[in-house]
Design a protein around this ligand. Structure first.
Ligand code: TYC
Length: 103
């Protein structure tokens, strides 16, 4: 084989697989003690919802037990859920927001 022969063999390169980061749901849990108006106030303050959207989400959790409030990156979901839960705690209510990964 001469020195200047052109190689037709395809170069094999390994492409690093970038996994798409998992998304997390922020879930509002119903309870029997937190006033409805307080839940709406928290949804407006922490999640920038309108009165109407806040009312609908609160009523969904009230009737079904839970309501998915938002879907976002894990760190944002966890800090928002904590911020909202803490507002309830400071006011003496058992209001609870949790997070869970999307399938
Ligand atoms: N169930 C509460 C009540 O009747 C209102 C409420 C709704 C509380 C949704 C929490 O996530 C909740 N006062």
């Amino acid at each position: 084989m001469a020195d200047n022969d052109t190689s037709l063999k395809p170069k094999t390169t390994t492409k690093p697989k970038l996994e798409r980061p998992k998304l997390y749901k922020i879930i509002l849990i119903n309870d029997d003690y937190t006033p409805r108006e307080f839940v709406i106030m928290v949804l407006k303050a922490v999640f920038h919802m309108s009165e109407e959207t806040g009312y609908r989400m609160m009523m969904t959790a009230h009737k079904l037990g839970v309501c998915v409030i938002a879907v976002c990156a894990r760190d944002i979901a966890e800090s928002k859920a904590k911020e909202a839960t803490d507002l309830g705690k400071e006011a003496g209510f058992p209001l609870m927001f949790t997070t869970e990964p999307e399938e």
